[in-house]
Design a protein around this ligand. Structure first.
Ligand SMILES: [Zn+2]
Length: 212
């Protein structure tokens, strides 16, 4: 099977069946892959991480939760699809720390909330050679020939590689705001996002240039 076939969702689903995963987790893999546009290895790992965090919290399906992804790679999409902690509903915070870890917690009216943090145990990953080589960005990992083995190791082994710790996350309570206007661009912006009267885009490097 070529690597092209391996990254096809149906290819990964057959690996998942071979790994003896439940129908429910296979269905989750299909939904997450569709959202992400393909079944990335990190996404598959993220699915097991989110499932573990939900189990540790004893969360019921559809429960309102908050999450942090410590990397912008893959993990945010598993959180959005499975736990509905999304960027748009403001229940997902994405940190650009590059740490492959998530934290999940219930809503809290206090300044902090008890949370579950799920991350990877490097020593346990070393038992899975292809998985570890891929994760370490090892030049010995050959995408063309090792992707099938990588998926098998992820689907069979990720759960054994997970570590869980109980932490307290800082919670920022919502603050009220009034309509405001940026003194530089003149666009409407909530006043609590203005600094010295200007919006973040006017304070920062512009990300677009107008076409005359
Ligand atoms: Zn502005």
């Amino acid at each position: 099977m070529s690597s092209r076939d391996e990254t096809d969702p149906s290819g990964v689903l057959s690996h998942a069946r071979k790994a003896g995963l439940s129908d429910s987790i296979i269905e989750t893999i299909a939904r997450c892959s569709e959202f992400h546009t393909y079944p990335a290895p990190g996404l598959l790992m993220g699915i097991f991480m989110v499932e573990r965090a939900l189990a540790e919290l004893g969360a019921s399906p559809g429960e309102k939760l908050f999450a942090v992804a410590e990397t912008k790679k893959c993990l945010p999409d598993a959180l959005q699809v499975i736990a509905h902690c999304t960027i748009g509903n403001n229940r997902l915070r994405v940190l650009h720390a590059g740490r492959f870890a998530i934290t999940m917690n219930r809503p809290s009216l206090e300044s902090s909330a008890e949370a579950v943090r799920v991350f990877l145990d490097e020593e346990r990953m070393k038992v899975l050679p292809v998985y570890y080589a891929w994760f370490m960005h090892d030049p010995g990992f050959d995408k063309r020939t090792m992707t099938g083995q990588l998926f098998d190791e992820i689907l069979q082994g990720t759960r054994d590689c997970l570590q869980v710790e109980r932490v307290r996350v800082r919670v920022t309570q919502r603050t009220g705001w009034d309509a405001g206007r940026c003194s530089c661009c003149g666009e409407l912006v909530p006043d609590n996002l203005l600094v010295d009267g200007t919006c973040a885009l006017c304070r920062d490097e512009p990300y677009y240039d107008p076409i005359a």
